[in-house]
Design a protein around this ligand. Structure first.
Ligand SMILES: [Zn+2]
Length: 310
């Protein structure tokens, strides 16, 4: 064989290999999730930003919870941080161009979840406010109820298995499954968002008792991303629950050097044994996830990291 022919043959073989590999990559795309090491990267090119996108912002509100979910023109807020973190939260939401929510969910009456809720309700428009059927005697709760009344709104009580649309995404209520619990945490509204081929679970401060009920009442609670219950407390994230959800990623919302010792070692160990990468707002600041319904990508806006230190 002449040298020129050998070169041509090699080129043909290389092109053939290339076609096989690119074909395989397209097939695998449905389950593609970016590598944990890419967390700090800006959004890459594999996500089709011109298509339909779901955004989830795990907002850094210190020791508390506040999550913004955006799909197209539709937005939803799960919890509103503490009284003290309100201005940080409001600034962040306005920077994102948010003025109205399709839904506001207050997971349960604790101050680290509904501290800023009264001001959110007064400062933003909202269609529906979901809240569990439980009251509290705190000033924070009273402020929340008064804000709801001042807008002539009624609270929507969550019903397990009810589904709501958020643009082209939807979410299903997974908890609370009972009417009476000992502590307030288990009243937490737990939801599972579905966007095309991806799923996301938000647990509030639900503990093992509620997790067990969720497993019992559902055949499939698998999710790509789990927002870890109760700020990584050992009361939550049982091994059984983690197995049932089987997340590719876990997010924990918590404050630096918090007085509860969150996240508890037992939970971090369980996540580590299950080989689930963990992203924490105390380490990364606000964590932003984007998905086109197949690919899931994270980035961390570094400028947010120091916001609460002021
Ligand atoms: Zn909490």
């Amino acid at each position: 064989m002449k040298k020129k022919n050998v070169v041509s043959l090699i080129i043909v073989v290389l092109i053939g290999i290339g076609i096989v590999f690119s074909g395989k990559m397209i097939v695998d795309k449905s389950s593609e999730v970016v590598n944990a090491n890419d967390l700090e990267n800006e959004i890459g090119t594999t996500l089709d930003e011109n298509g339909d996108i779901l955004e989830i912002h795990y907002i850094d509100v210190g020791q508390g919870d506040a999550t913004l979910i955006v799909q197209g023109e539709h937005a939803m807020l799960i919890d509103a941080g503490t009284n003290d973190s309100y201005l940080t939260l409001e600034k962040y939401l306005k920077e994102q161009g948010i003025s109205k929510f399709d839904y506001i969910i207050g997971t349960h009456p604790h101050e680290d979840h509904i501290g800023g809720m009264d001001k959110i309700i007064k400062s933003f428009d909202e269609d529906k406010i979901l809240f569990p059927k439980i009251t509290s005697t705190t000033k924070t709760f009273e402020n929340f109820v008064n804000a709801v009344k001042s807008k002539n709104k009624k609270l929507t009580t969550p019903v397990v298995h009810d589904k709501y649309a958020l643009g082209n995404a939807s979410f299903e209520i997974l908890a609370p499954n009972s009417e009476k619990y000992e502590g307030l945490n288990n009243y937490s509204i737990v939801i599972r968002i579905t966007f095309e081929n991806t799923n996301y679970i938000f647990t509030g401060d639900a503990e093992k008792e509620s997790e067990d009920e969720i497993i019992k009442n559902n055949s499939d609670i698998s999710a790509d991303v789990l927002k870890v219950g109760h700020h990584g407390s050992k009361t939550s994230s049982s091994a059984k629950f983690l197995t049932a959800v089987n997340p590719k990623y876990a997010i924990i919302s918590l404050g630096k050097n918090n007085s509860y010792g969150h996240p508890h070692k037992q939970v971090m160990d369980r996540l580590s044994v299950a080989n689930i990468p963990v992203y924490r707002t105390d380490e990364k600041g606000t964590i932003v996830l984007k998905s086109d319904g197949d690919v899931i990508q994270f980035n961390v806006k570094k400028e947010n990291k120091d916001r609460l230190k002021e």
